[in-house]
Design a protein around this ligand. Structure first.
Ligand SMILES: [Zn+2]
Ligand SMILES: [Zn+2]
Length: 372
């Protein structure tokens, strides 16, 4: 077996690459960096496309949830961006799970592989989160991410991309994977159970697609913007509720003949969302929290206790959920590319970020093509 890395002239790897790094809060700067080299169980990915996530904007604003060397990620030559795809151009020693030239999309977290959570497959909740010496990586959060021409990935964080899937659509697998993890492994969704998704952001919209593909019935989407709700319908929502026009809890009760649903996937981050979700689920129902509220929120805990309601947070895409999301997307069970709205070259990243932040021209998923 090869004890050194494998590369080929077909995929030349330069010594240095273009990358963007965080300066102070709100600041992102173009630099040149050395191209990193893959170690054991790693490959070098030439990044072809990377999607901007609301979390990237959050990291730029306040640093968290990214952590570098145990502190905030500012002024550390650190590259964010975690929803990327590309081409394998160098293999670390003994890597044979992937070949040079393979098109891959990535998930964020490579757990340490040695803690109790990683051993359960819950590597997004690794107990050695951020401990590089123990092998943990979370690209764009604790290790360099995808607003660059190349990135290192552990083989466990790669998913093959089928030939007929565009680069842009492939960047959305990690978003769909997050919705998948919340519904299937963490949630235990089985066909025929009702799902309400609150908040038609990217995770919410793809959550609708995933829920429908898994056989949820009915799938209900709530939001405040008709354009987004219409997209939700195209992704598989049986009912959409504009919460500006009618009370969302009452509407869910009406649609379900007073019974409520088994699941709410909370993607809005609105302060009242959890209390409302508690009234949308039936007794014993489950609420998956997938959004970060900006403040602490008061919760009617007694109601949750009396009604045996389960509440669980989700951070990313554990237990190989990206593979299951890719399986559905490959079979065209929902059209994730409906949420991709804009594309920019890597050199115009600040403009791309502005489009995503200010939702210019109804931007949802803004993708940056790195080789353009
Ligand atoms: Zn993301
Ligand atoms: Zn771990």
């Amino acid at each position: 077996m090869a004890d050194r890395s494998v590369w080929s002239n077909e995929y030349p790897v330069p010594e240095r690459m273009k990358a963007w790094v965080l300066g102070g809060p709100g600041e992102i700067l173009p630099v040149e960096k050395p191209v990193p080299r893959p170690g054991a169980a790693e490959v070098l990915v030439r990044i072809d496309a990377v999607a901007i996530c609301a979390t990237d904007l959050e990291i730029m604003r306040q640093g968290l949830p990214a952590m570098v060397d145990g502190g905030l990620p500012f002024d550390k030559n650190f590259t964010i961006g975690h929803e990327y795809m590309g081409t394998v151009v160098e293999l670390g020693p003994a890597v044979d799970e992937y070949a040079l030239g393979d098109r891959v999309t990535v998930e964020v977290h490579a757990g340490c592989g040695r803690c109790a959570r990683c051993r359960q497959g819950m590597y997004t909740a690794c107990l050695n989160y951020g401990d590089l010496a123990k092998g943990h990586r979370a690209n764009g959060f604790t290790t360099d991410g995808g607003f660059a021409q190349y990135a290192i990935n552990n083989v466990n964080t790669l998913v093959h991309v089928p030939d007929d899937m565009s680069d842009e659509e492939a960047t959305l697998v990690v978003t769909a994977g997050t919705s998948m993890y919340g519904l299937d492994v963490l949630g235990g969704l089985i066909a025929g159970e009702g799902v309400v998704v609150t908040g038609p952001g990217p995770i919410g919209l793809l959550g609708v697609g995933v829920a429908k593909a898994l056989g949820a019935d009915p799938v209900i989407l709530t939001g405040t913007r008709d354009g987004r709700l219409e997209l939700g319908r195209k992704l598989g929502a049986d009912h959409v509720i504009n919460a500006r026009q009618e009370d969302a809890v009452a509407a869910v009760k009406r649609i379900t003949h007073g019974r409520g649903v088994q699941f709410v996937v909370e993607c809005s981050g609105a302060p009242e969302a959890l209390n409302e979700a508690a009234h949308m689920v039936n007794r014993g129902g489950r609420i998956c929290l997938a959004a970060f509220p900006h403040e602490k929120v008061p919760v009617d805990l007694a109601y949750l206790v009396r009604n045996n309601i389960y509440v669980y947070g989700i951070r990313g895409e554990g237990q190989s959920a990206t593979h299951r999301a890719m399986a559905l997307m490959k079979q065209k069970r929902f059209n994730a590319s409906l949420i991709h709205t804009h594309t920019f070259p890597l050199g115009e990243l600040p403009t791309a970020l502005k489009y995503a932040r200010e939702r210019i021209d109804d931007a949802i998923k803004v993708v940056v093509k790195t080789q353009a």
